[in-house]
Design a protein around this ligand. Structure first.
Ligand SMILES: C[S@@+](CC[C@H](N)C(=O)[O-])C[C@H]1O[C@@H](n2cnc3c(N)ncnc32)[C@H](O)[C@@H]1O
Length: 209
């Protein structure tokens, strides 16, 4: 059974103060977290020009900070107030707001790049098409989305991962199939959707508006 948004918020509010430390030794479905984040930052085309970049589900800012190093101006949103507070302590120069994939509190066409890591699976399947439309709304024409998450190529691949993970598998999570997300992105106005697999469970999606 999947969690409600209220339960997800509570989970991350409680986890926020130790999240960054815990992820230094990520295991289970997040095993390989740092490698996947590094790879996503490498494959996401952000030049040294000043770019407006939004990170959705920014957490403590670990993914966004890779793009700050490339000169991007960082905005971030998160469902969890406590995560936003932790992020503020580490990155006082970021523009941080409460918000979700489904309701992004910024004007249309504002961003050159939207990124997100390990957050999209928190959006319930019935809301994923609307979430893709909302990301498309805040991107400028020619801008792109770089989305990293736990995803699977097929139901069989998901079943196989579940049988390997045993107690590490969380039945309250509902991960995307890459084909389903591709369909939602094309239906939301994106084109040239590309995929890179960074580990057994992690995929990066690049999509252009
Ligand atoms: C596993 S953490 C990932 C944080 C960060 N992106 C990283 O890679 O370290 C997921 C984050 O997404 C946030 N979140 C969960 N559901 C969300 C939603 N629907 N919209 C925006 N943020 C959400 C959580 O509060 C949490 O900070």
């Amino acid at each position: 059974m999947t969690r409600t948004a209220e339960e997800t918020k509570k989970l991350f509010d409680t986890w926020a103060s130790t999240y960054a430390r815990d992820l230094e030794n990520a295991n289970g479905i997040l095993e390989g977290y740092e490698t996947s984040i590094d790879t996503a930052a490498e494959v996401c085309p952000v030049t040294h020009d000043i770019l407006q970049l939004l990170d959705i589900g920014i957490g403590t800012g670990n993914f966004a900070q890779r793009f700050e190093a490339k000169g991007a101006v960082i905005s971030g949103i998160d469902l969890s107030e406590a995560m936003i507070e932790e992020c503020k302590k580490l990155h006082p120069n970021y523009e941080l707001r409460m918000g979700t994939f489904q309701t992004i509190p910024f004007a249309q066409n504002k961003f050159d790049v939207v990124v997100s890591s390990f957050c999209f699976h928190e959006v319930s399947p019935s809301q994923r098409l609307d979430a893709c439309r909302e990301v498309n709304r805040v991107l400028r024409n020619g801008g792109h989305l770089c989305l990293l998450d736990i995803m699977f190529a097929s139901h069989s691949a998901m079943a196989e991962a579940k049988s390997h993970m045993l107690s590490h598998w969380d039945d309250s999570e509902d991960y995307s199939l890459v084909g389903d997300l591709s369909e939602n992105l094309y239906a939301s106005g994106f084109h040239s959707v590309q995929w890179v697999q960074t580990g057994r469970l992690h995929w990066i999606c690049l999509a252009y508006k």
